[in-house]
Design a binder for this molecule. Structure first.
Ligand SMILES: NC(=O)c1ccc[n+]([C@@H]2O[C@H](COP(=O)([O-])OP(=O)(O)OC[C@H]3O[C@@H](n4cnc5c(N)ncnc54)[C@H](O)[C@@H]3O)[C@@H](O)[C@H]2O)c1
Ligand SMILES: O=S(=O)(O)c1ccc(CO)cc1
Length: 500
């Protein structure tokens, strides 16, 4: 097959997508899976089968973990200075940016996301985060502490702590921001001096494989970043592997719990970034148009496939009707189409399986009595498109209010006073994020500590910052991505006590 015959070839994909089959990246080499099994990668906008990636088995996972272990214990990587790791990460960030057109085209093809989002978040945000983490390689520090030991009399002690790389990190990531979230795991691990086995989602393996090639081009030694592709069984084999020191996972709460149990068996350290059902709270003093636009962006960004999506909107009763009417009008006017079309505002959801899952939520919501203000159904008959949906007449007991839909679906409820909205907002097993919309500074400050959420945004939503830790309260997870917390999460804290 010549490049131009390849059905998925996109001129901006720069050659990487001219192939049909991809191997894993283990020890710096592309390797066909020992399992000899493959999974299709499908463009959700067209249904076109664009490539096959490995469905790796236990032997592939063993090989990748062994390569990562060798690289961690006995390779050029271990002899590098932090400043050398900083340089390599910096070079990697440059390469990601230089290949931004290609990477964003691959991302749009495999996940359907808007090219502008792939460019801004996965590529631009991802590269910036790698650069930010490069800086941390040289800034990890322990503490010198005042010793309190007084025994035996006359002996003095010098006591301090040091941070050391935790070892081999398993990074297991979802399909919603495949490159960005992979980098949120890989960059802190490498900054700390760890080595990594990355397992991308079976829906979106291609940017992870390209990342492994770019890491080698950046001078990161073979074996330091390995990629094994596959589905849940591959992830389970990796997370249950005794050679893994730390698991950094982003995905659903159900999978996170299974991983937590597997990690306990080997006492592997964990960071678990899990699901969410984030409340977006609009106080009565808000400007109606601004609040409606904020709510629309909070839920419809990336078709609602964002773990922090503002999927439960609570509006103070005196402005409920106009805010919800304006929100529905914005939803109705959004242009649905291919992620490659610069006019598109709503692309497809990631797969036909996910399309069915979201439509199932909508059917159940209607059956439970929710009223559809706009949307509520599939858009068109080809591709995985769902019309942006606003649901009202909902209550806290409904499935659509309690469960993560992970699609362009928002529920809107009125509230009368702040105590009531605090109760409603916190009435969830999740606690990932929340936003408050108001110009009443006192009210906002009083509300922030009452919300059980890892992140609270004020007059904005979904705004991530490399310096700000990201993670959840309650069943939204354990540990934090981003910020200093992410790199420290890839270290062990060693205490030293020296008799002098
Ligand atoms: N908290 C966050 O920062 C954050 C960010 C993005 C997405 N998410 C969550 O991710 C979910 C959507 O992504 P998804 O559908 O890919 O999630 P998922 O849990 O189905 O899969 C995530 C990853 O785990 C792998 N996996 C599946 N079963 C496994 C097992 N038993 N052991 C090890 N690995 C396994 C998958 O192959 C995939 O790579 C949503 O619930 C969303 O809220 C959370
Ligand atoms: O919470 S996540 O789904 O990981 C996520 C990714 C990107 C952005 C960009 O604003 C927000 C949330």
């Amino acid at each position: 097959m010549t490049p131009h015959e390849h059905p998925a070839h996109h001129p901006l994909a720069d050659g990487f997508l001219m192939r049909r089959r991809y191997g894993n990246c283990i020890d710096g080499q592309e390797q066909a899976p020992r399992s000899e099994a493959w999974l299709p990668v499908v463009d959700p906008a067209t249904g076109m089968h664009i490539a096959d990636a490995p469905d790796s088995g236990a032997a592939d996972v063993d090989a990748a973990v062994a390569a990562a272990r060798r690289a961690f214990t006995d390779s050029a990587w271990t002899r590098l200075r932090p400043a050398d790791r900083e340089q390599m990460l910096y070079r990697l960030s440059q390469l990601i940016e230089e290949h931004g057109d290609e990477l964003s085209a691959i991302e749009t093809l495999q996940s359907g996301k808007l090219r502008s989002i792939a460019r801004a978040v996965d590529v631009g945000g991802g590269a910036e985060f790698v650069r930010y983490m490069a800086g941390w390689a040289t800034k990890l520090e322990g503490q010198t502490l005042q010793p309190s030991i007084g025994f035996p009399p006359g002996v003095q002690y010098h006591t301090w702590t040091r941070r050391e790389a935790v070892g081999v990190v398993a990074a297991v990531v979802p399909w919603n921001f495949p490159l960005a979230i992979a980098l949120w795991k890989v960059a802190p691990a490498l900054a700390a001096g760890c080595t990594v086995v990355l397992k991308p989602s079976p829906e979106t393996p291609l940017t992870a494989l390209r990342l492994a090639e770019l890491a080698l081009a950046a001078g990161i030694p073979p074996g330091v970043l390995n990629v094994v592709c596959g589905a849940g069984a591959t992830g389970a084999a990796l997370c249950g592997h005794p050679g893994i020191d730390k698991i950094s996972f982003t995905g659903s709460t159900a999978t996170g719990k299974a991983i937590g149990r597997a990690a306990t068996e080997n006492m592997a350290r964990v960071t678990l970034e899990l699901g969410g059902k984030s409340p977006l709270i609009v106080l009565g003093d808000c400007d109606v148009e601004r609040a409606a636009m904020g709510a629309a962006m909070g839920i419809f960004f990336h078709q609602g496939q964002v773990c922090t999506a503002g999927s439960r909107v609570y509006v103070q009763r005196r402005i409920f009707e106009p805010v919800v009417a304006a929100l529905a009008q914005i939803a109705q006017g959004m242009k649905i189409g291919s992620g490659f079309d610069p006019e598109t505002q709503i692309g497809p959801v990631v797969s036909s399986r996910h399309l069915d899952r979201v439509l199932g939520h909508l059917d159940r919501a209607r059956a439970e009595g929710a009223r559809v203000l706009t949307g509520g159904e599939r858009s068109g008959t080809a591709g995985c498109f769902i019309a942006p949906t606003v649901l009202v007449d909902v209550h806290a007991g409904m499935q659509v209010v309690r469960e993560e839909v992970f699609g362009p679906v928002v529920t809107a409820m009125p509230f009368d006073d702040v105590d009531e909205v605090v109760r409603l907002a916190n009435d969830s097993p999740y606690g990932l994020a929340a936003s408050v919309w108001s110009n009443d500074l006192s009210a906002v400050h009083r509300l922030i500590p009452r919300l059980q959420a890892g992140t609270v945004w004020v007059n904005c939503h979904n705004m991530l910052d490399n310096n700000l830790p990201l993670g959840g309260y309650k069943q939204s997870g354990v540990g934090r991505d981003l910020g200093r917390a992410a790199v420290e999460g890839c270290t062990e804290l060693k205490s030293v006590c020296m008799a002098v």
